[in-house]
Design a binder for this molecule. Structure first.
Ligand SMILES: Cc1cc2nc3c(=O)[nH]c(=O)nc-3n(C[C@H](O)[C@H](O)[C@H](O)COP(=O)(O)OP(=O)(O)OC[C@H]3O[C@@H](n4cnc5c(N)ncnc54)[C@H](O)[C@@H]3O)c2cc1C
Length: 322
């Protein structure tokens, strides 16, 4: 690990000023469960690390505008064990409870989970070329790509590793971003970027900005909420594929739906096509299969990951019809 300066931030304002002064050589840190490994492997080599976990005012779960607000330094375990959140957002509680292991959930923060870097083994190994780092090509194209993207890849084929991200997008959450010029709030879906928009970053954050808060509106009334995660080991493992959905049915037809896939694309994948086809239709197996097929028609599998198309279809079927 290269030597660096450590700064325990006393406030969000101080954190932002220190990052601004570092002119792109500083990084914020939550629990450090991802960042420290990246620094040890010299994938990320900051001159300044600004610790946000010690900012007391950044760890909270509170009621706000009929929904909830979560401070970025709230731990994943706090989300997992919050009775209030669990009542309104069972899909978020389930997603949080299946992140990694209890030790990592105790240490890892909501901000860090959403801003964690890709798990692609070529990205994390500085000896292999990687377009996202600073290489001239993506090693996964002709290499080991069974866990890589089937949707949204363009030059780079990472999948976004966060479990909280698809769950929060299905809940229509927003991200409050704070930088030197103040704060802005964006839909969580727009917080993440695909390689065709930015090849080197997974979020819209600038180097002197932090994710300060996640805002979750009240859930859709009477909606079914589902979180499904397929992984190889049953504990301590990232998703091979996940599905988050909120679906509201009035009478016999779907009145509202938000359907999101995890681990299929470089950003959480909102299934806009399937949602459009299902809105106003009955949740019959035929309608569901038609909507899923239309969504997955966009998939472009690599040499080893075509299985993800059938896996995605099956998990979506279970989520919508189960
Ligand atoms: C063995 C293992 C298994 C795992 N399995 C899963 C899993 O199944 N599902 C899953 O979702 N995750 C999984 N993870 C990832 C784990 O959840 C993350 O490491 C953790 O959530 C990151 O939180 P942190 O607070 O420690 O982040 P840090 O390591 O502190 O930071 C991660 C990144 O986010 C940035 N960052 C942190 N906070 C902010 C902020 N507020 N604003 C802007 N940028 C910020 C940092 O600069 C850094 O780039 C696993 C990790 C390991 C090691």
């Amino acid at each position: 690990m290269k030597s660096f300066e450590y700064q325990a931030a006393s406030s969000v304002g101080e954190a932002v000023v220190r990052l601004q002064q570092a002119k792109g050589t500083g990084v914020p840190m939550g629990g450090g469960t991802d960042l420290v490994g990246l620094m040890k492997n010299r994938v990320v080599n900051p001159e300044l690390v600004v610790d946000l976990k010690v900012v007391d005012s950044l760890a909270y779960i509170r009621r706000q505008d009929g929904g909830f607000a979560l401070g970025a330094a709230t731990t994943v375990a706090d989300v997992q064990f919050s009775a209030e959140l669990g009542t309104d957002y069972p899909l978020l509680r389930k997603a949080a409870s299946l992140v990694a292991s209890q030790q990592i959930r105790n240490q890892g923060t909501v901000g860090g989970n959403l801003c964690q870097r890709p798990r692609c083994w070529y990205f994390r190994n500085t000896l292999t070329p990687c377009l996202r780092r600073d290489g001239t090509y993506c090693s996964a194209v002709l290499g080991e790509n069974k866990y890589h993207a089937i949707l949204g890849g363009a030059g780079c084929f990472i999948v976004h590793p966060s479990d909280l991200a698809p769950a929060l997008i299905a809940l229509d959450a927003r991200a409050k971003i704070t930088g030197p010029g103040g704060s802005r709030v964006v839909p969580m879906e727009e917080f993440f970027v695909l390689p065709r928009e930015d090849l080197h970053h997974e979020t819209i954050l600038k180097t002197d900005e932090i994710l300060e808060e996640v805002q979750i509106p009240a859930p859709m009334q009477g909606a079914k909420q589902v979180w499904l995660k397929h992984r190889i080991r049953q504990v301590w493992d990232f998703a091979i594929l996940s599905v988050a959905c909120q679906v509201q049915v009035r009478g016999t037809a779907v009145s509202d739906i938000r359907l999101v896939l995890g681990a299929v694309a470089p950003a959480p994948w909102r299934c806009h096509t399937a949602e459009r086809l299902l809105r106003g239709s009955a949740l019959t197996p035929e309608n569901v299969d038609r909507a899923i097929a239309a969504e997955l028609a966009k998939a472009r599998p690599m040499t080893q990951n075509a299985y993800k198309i059938e896996l995605a279809a099956e998990l979506m079927r279970q989520a919508l019809l189960g």
